[in-house]
Design a binder for this molecule. Structure first.
Ligand code: ADP
Ligand code: F6P
Length: 480
């Protein structure tokens, strides 16, 4: 519960499945660290500035009531409110419905979808749990901002509790075309859940179109697409491409600690071009296609042996979900294969790390990398591409980005690839390696201009302004 003093200063209640801080048990001690994933890293750096609170799952099951109370107290100091999940809920709601149904469907992998009634039941149960946790702390004056596919039913549950509440929803991942979405036995409930919000936001126009197509297809006469409303209540659906905390990344890259670490990395890979990739271990990131393209590059350009390294920082993610386990094994196999075929004493073509790194160290990697390679097969936005651009003051820096990452729409000065076209991707990598410094600098500064303007602060303000506008329009319509 928040104290009444806290309540009076709170403006927005952010709700997402995962909190921006995750807790792990290490040698019987609790370890609090920053969560990975675009939603947490994007909003995590500044939500407190506005007196906002954040409700979500801290990623741990407390072992007893005392530990639960301790976690609550510690998180409260950071304006965070935990929702605890049981082992079964983690399995069926998080790993199950969220990441073995919605995630693959939204990322064009219908064959990975596991349609199980038990997953759907758990999804409803946990959305209800979040609704109850919200009801305990929310003040009628607060705006509520629900985030992402794990909580698609929540906006309508909250609407049913308070008809006039200000509720926004943002979908951080792609929204699939109607042909895929309608596969879901629970398509209607999910859409109706989202339509409890006053404002529904997406990263790209394509996602908005897909969402509206699904609404018109599934609700037919109930929805007027051009004057969007449900049961008479106006709902706005719009595009808000998420940005990053530009200052945070550009300033960190100037810190002595980051510069020193980056220099160490450069010395380690002296006279080699450093191609960096940073992502969660996920089939949507195109890691297999990336390795194939890199292998082909070495094959087509033997003169690059010993002169180039693919440095992959991959953070473990959803490792209990079948497809993620399989992917991990496949990556291990491919990296081993490339290193054994192309490596030589003292040099290995692929440096692969399977863990998260602290922010200062991540920044040093961005600073040291000559090239950043993003091969997403489908990605809502992809913040890594923006973090790389912000961390670079100057060339050498080339961003190679998949045209299927939302960020590619804004980053038109980067080299764009279709990651499925492996040969073409390796040719583009070669182009990146050979690109004159002057051209690199021009492209970099054009991208920096965009990313520094459309930051995460800008994104939040735009979303909130739009939410206020919709509420005003609704009130005017009611008064008529
Ligand atoms: P997604 O939301 O699908 O994970 P994004 O690229 O939008 O993809 O966001 C990923 C976030 O996670 C970025 O902010 C990135 O810095 C962080 N991240 C990814 N891999 C690592 C890693 N190995 N160590 C630390 N942070 C990481
Ligand atoms: O940014 C997309 C997203 O799915 C977030 O909703 C999520 O928190 C993040 O990626 C990381 O995934 P997870 O929370 O499953 O580790």
């Amino acid at each position: 519960m928040l104290h009444s003093k806290d309540r009076s200063t709170v403006k927005t209640l952010i709700i997402s499945n995962r909190l921006p801080i995750k807790i792990e048990r290490k040698k019987s001690k609790l370890k609090f660290t920053a969560s990975e994933g675009g939603l947490a890293t994007g909003l995590g750096s500044f939500y407190k500035e506005n007196g906002s609170y954040w409700l979500g799952w801290p990623g741990i099951i407390p072992k007893n009531k005392e530990e639960e109370a301790y976690i609550r107290e510690e998180l409260k100091k950071l304006n965070l409110i935990p929702v605890f999940l049981t082992e079964k809920q983690i399995r069926d709601y998080y790993e199950g419905f969220s990441n073995a149904v919605l995630w693959p469907l939204c990322h064009y992998r219908p064959s990975y979808v596991e349609l199980k009634e038990s997953y759907w039941n758990a999804y409803q149960e946990v959305n209800q749990l979040f609704a109850e946790a919200t009801a305990e702390i929310v003040d009628p004056s607060m705006r509520i901002w629900v985030h992402d596919y794990q909580l698609m039913l929540l906006p309508m549950m909250l609407r049913e509790m308070n008809e006039s509440a200000s509720i926004g929803y943002f979908h951080h991942i792609p929204f699939p075309p109607v042909e895929l979405f309608q596969m879901l036995p629970w398509r209607e409930e999910l859409l109706r859940g989202l339509l409890g919000a006053d404002l529904v936001g997406f990263h790209t126009f394509e996602n908005v179109d897909n969402f509206l197509d699904s609404c018109s297809g599934i609700f037919q006469n109930e929805i007027d697409r051009d004057n969007f409303r449900l049961s008479g209540r106006r709902i706005s659906v719009d595009v808000f491409p998420m940005g990053i905390d530009y200052e945070k990344y550009s300033q960190q890259a100037l810190s002595p600690e980051t510069i020193t670490y980056s220099q160490r990395l450069k010395n380690l890979f002296k006279d080699q071009k450093l191609i960096l990739s940073v992502d969660r271990l996920d089939y949507s990131k195109g890691i297999i296609q990336r390795l194939n393209a890199f292998e082909l590059l070495l094959n087509m350009h033997p003169e690059l042996i010993g002169k180039v390294v693919l440095f992959m920082l991959i953070v473990p993610s959803r490792d209990q979900v079948n497809q993620y386990k399989k992917l991990r094994n496949e990556i291990d196999r491919m990296v081993g294969n490339i290193n054994s075929v192309y490596g030589k004493p003292g040099w290995q073509p692929v440096a692969y790390f399977y863990h998260a790194v602290p922010f200062e160290i991540l920044s040093a990697h961005y600073l040291a990398a000559d090239i950043c390679l993003i091969t997403s097969l489908y990605d809502g936005m992809n913040l890594v591409s923006k973090e790389y651009i912000a961390s670079k003051q100057d060339a050498p820096a080339v961003l190679v980005i998949s045209e299927f990452a939302g960020a590619s729409k804004e980053l038109s000065d980067a080299l764009q690839i279709n990651p499925y076209a492996v040969r073409r991707t390796s040719e583009t990598l070669y182009e990146a390696i050979e690109m004159p410094l002057e051209e690199q600098a021009e492209r970099l500064s054009a991208s920096q201009e965009i990313i520094s303007k459309f930051t995460v602060h800008h994104w939040v303000n735009l979303f909130m302004e739009r939410l206020s506008e919709v509420k005003e329009q609704q009130q005017q319509e009611l008064a008529r």
